[in-house]
Design a protein around this ligand. Structure first.
Ligand SMILES: Cc1cc2nc3c(=O)[nH]c(=O)nc-3n(C[C@H](O)[C@H](O)[C@H](O)COP(=O)(O)OP(=O)(O)OC[C@H]3O[C@@H](n4cnc5c(N)ncnc54)[C@H](O)[C@@H]3O)c2cc1C
Length: 399
């Protein structure tokens, strides 16, 4: 097992680092380190300009093939890019759903016409995307989706409700899993539709979260319309496409998470120094433990990469469970390091509820073990698909 990057990869690292440093210490210094979890409401216009600057320089869709407007990087180089991005304190990306989920899905399952229509604006950062999977009665159990779509001439008409739809209030398009056949068994009656969000039949209501801000939304479709050809895959064949998207969700971008986490851990250590909390042996022990586990995360990612061909190996299946649990614990640690200060919001601010970045980290990290597949669901996936254990019992099909 060779865990080193090649000379070519290191040359790529130098190129990426130079570009990011120039931009983030120059024109885009104002967005440096902003827009991460719990801070995602900040600096929308500036971050949109950043997304478009990335696009103009060919850095938005680094893992996509060149023929689709991407940079065509290898898996190793994609991870290097994400590492350097975090090292340079690149801002939270506005179009994560477009770049990491919608685009790869349209490349893998879409028609040439769909690729021509939808991919260039993702590359250029001019159309933002949201993910319309979850509903009040369909989260982990996605096959229970009840949002319904039917053809009316050359358009789909959609009615129903999605929930927890991240950044929908800023997005132009949403990929929606909708039921198109009520008579078929649960997951055989679903289709995968690309739906414009800026239309009368769509009502987007931001949900105020514990951070005091709104990252996600309720999205109501009431006779919303999209063109008949904006279906990815077959009519009633959307389950396969939806599962393909989920595989992308747990892909290379999360293998480069560790450097962003390193920044957060460093800022917590900074607080520990400032407040003399380093004198407390239990805090020292927990900081050391967080450091060790973060190193394990990095070595695990390198091990996965060294075994990876074009696809990630099954060891990658532990990644989401590991980072989500580590990061949620880091939020707890941040609060314990802050001590009594942890309970004081609005320090130096007129806003009556204005958590600091570390408080936002803590509050938002409670969600890490839920979105993108909860910890329990990750354990099911590891058990069934990586270890080959017997599958959990499924509900009996409808009579
Ligand atoms: C911050 C955030 C952002 C999100 N963004 C989006 C988004 O952009 N688009 C979108 O579509 N969704 C989004 N979600 C929704 C997310 O995907 C769901 O919350 C998640 O899939 C869990 O579904 P649920 O909330 O309905 O919980 P449920 O599925 O009702 O689960 C409740 C509990 O039961 C457990 N459980 C459920 N089934 C099983 C099982 N088979 N075995 C063992 N335990 C089980 C779960 O682990 C959980 O602890 C987001 C969620 C959060 C928190």
């Amino acid at each position: 097992m060779d865990l080193r990057f090649s000379d070519e990869d290191e040359a790529f690292r130098a190129e990426a680092r130079a570009w990011l440093t120039e931009q983030l210490e120059g024109d885009f210094a104002g967005v440096r380190g902003r827009g991460g979890m719990g801070d995602e409401h900040s600096l929308f216009d500036e971050r949109l300009a950043w997304e478009q600057a990335l696009g103009a320089a060919g850095w938005t869709c680094v893992g996509w093939p060149k023929e689709h407007g991407g940079r065509g990087l290898t898996l190793h180089q994609q991870v290097i890019w994400y590492e350097e991005y975090a090292r340079a304190k690149g801002p939270g990306r506005l179009n994560h759903m477009g770049v990491e989920l919608a685009g790869p899905t349209i490349i893998a399952f879409g028609t040439p016409a769909q690729q021509q229509r939808f991919l260039p604006p993702i590359v250029g950062g001019t159309e933002l995307w949201a993910q319309g999977y979850s509903e009040p009665n369909a989260g982990s159990d996605l096959a229970n989706v009840s949002t319904f779509a039917e053809l009316d001439g050359d358009e789909w008409v959609i009615s129903g409700q999605k929930v927890w739809t991240s950044l929908a209030h800023w997005s132009d398009w949403c990929f929606v899993v909708a039921r198109t056949n009520r008579d078929a068994p649960r997951h055989r009656g679903l289709s995968y539709l690309l739906v414009p969000l800026r239309q009368d039949g769509v009502d987007i209501r931001p949900i105020r979260q514990i951070t005091g801000t709104s990252e996600f939304n309720e999205v109501f479709f009431d006779g919303a319309r999209t063109k008949a050809e904006h279906i990815v895959g077959d009519v009633d064949g959307g389950w396969k496409v939806a599962m393909g998207t989920l595989a992308f969700e747990r892909g290379a971008s999360t293998l480069g998470n560790q450097l962003g986490y390193r920044n957060e851990l460093d800022s917590i250590i900074e607080v520990a120094r400032r407040t003399d909390r380093l004198d407390d042996p239990s805090i020292r022990q927990r900081l050391a433990q967080a450091h060790i586990e973060l190193e394990i995360m990095r070595w695990s990612a390198l091990r996965v990469l060294s075994a990876a061909g074009a696809e990630l190996p099954r060891e990658a299946m532990i990644s989401k469970l590991y980072w989500a649990t580590w990061h949620r614990n880091l939020g707890n640690l941040a609060m314990d390091v802050l001590g009594p200060e942890a309970g004081l919001t609005s320090q130096g601010s007129d806003d009556p509820y204005d958590p600091t970045l570390l408080q936002r980290l803590f509050l938002f990290s409670r969600a890490d073990t839920i979105y993108g597949g909860s910890n329990q669901i990750q354990r099911n996936i590891i058990g069934e698909r990586a270890l080959g254990l017997p599958p959990e019992p499924k509900p009996a099909p409808k009579a």
